[in-house]
Design a protein around this ligand. Sequence first.
Ligand SMILES: [Mg+2]
Length: 425
Amino acid sequence: MSGYILIVDDNPNNLRLLIAILQERGYQIRPANNGVRALSTAKKQKPDLILLDINMPEMDGYEVCRQLKADPDTADIPVLFISANDELHDKVKGFDVGAVDYISKPFQEAEVLARIEAQLTILRQRRQLAGILNSSLDGIMAYQAVRDPEGHLLDFRWLELNPAAAEMVGKKREDLLGEHLLTQFPFLQSEGIFADYVQVVETGESLSREHYFSQFESWIQMFAVKLEDGLAVTFRNTTERKNLELTLARQAEQDGLTGIANRRVFALQLTQEWRRSIRSQKPLSLIMCDIDFFKLYNDLFGHIQGDTCLIQVAQTLMNQARRSGDLVCRYGGEEFAVILPETDAAGAKEVAEHLAQAIRDLALPHPQNAHQGIVTLSLGVATLVPRRGEDETELLLAADQALYTAKEKGRNQVQVFAPNDQHES
Ligand SMILES: [Mg+2]
């Protein structure tokens, strides 16, 4: 057996007997024959366990135990009383001052050994647990419920937290132990975390949640389980993974060349705005536009400059569509689309004219474009107040029809869809 035990007894015969028994079992022993010596020895070289006699001259065992418990350096050393005082009130007093066990004299050797070994086992397990907590990369906190006399859960008190948890919240363990959660972090109330914790304690159901804490500039994955009248929460900082996910999600919505929204986002957004418009019965407008003679531009300057031209046009369209609900996207090739929610035909035509002018203002040379020798757009505008039973394809077809008309009529212009156009062409 391993373990370093301090034996305190004023009777030399008792001391000798206990030392003999315990040394034979392989324990390391330090004796002390009075209370003062016991205290100084315990502080100098902290034992795993103290066997403490009660009846001693000058300072009795109760007082020794009280002083041990009052000193943070020695407070956590388990104390076993070993005494001839066999009355119940002696034992109660022993536990009151902080002992973990009480052995009556005269003692049975086997009983003493069993009780010592039981305490040392608890101690080893507690050290293992502390090792796990201290080395864990996950933050771990344990809280106890704070209730009012009617039993309502008002707050939580910190019972334990490991170094990773302390680092996550930027506080010292000693500054949080025993403190109230909401006093330290009032924002947990408004962010719904406190309500989640209460639910775990009141229902016994565990909870898993990922939350962005702006206070810590971090995404934190939390896992909370009920622990007696309180809970234990494991925290993992997932900021890096979350940022990667967000980047990937953004990339999935972006056109790889121009960086503006892609056709997938366009389709989703158009469907969404169409539905919104059915409900609100406000007009929804769509502009489809196309770079004039872009194939000739590519043939003359090559694809690399062609790509540069697409990027410049895309960025210019983006800069022009300033309202937050408007969406500019690359529809494909040299075609772009602009969704304009709650915009009537006149408003949409105005936006389209602005876009056309903004591209002309870029004055990108395009010798093959007969008009002005610069890059220009053809634009088709359609506006509908959707009716139930129709779908967004109606709007898409209408804008496409108007774009076709703009090209037919000589390009570098805006055409607005009129229902009769379909019959004319
Ligand atoms: Mg004695």
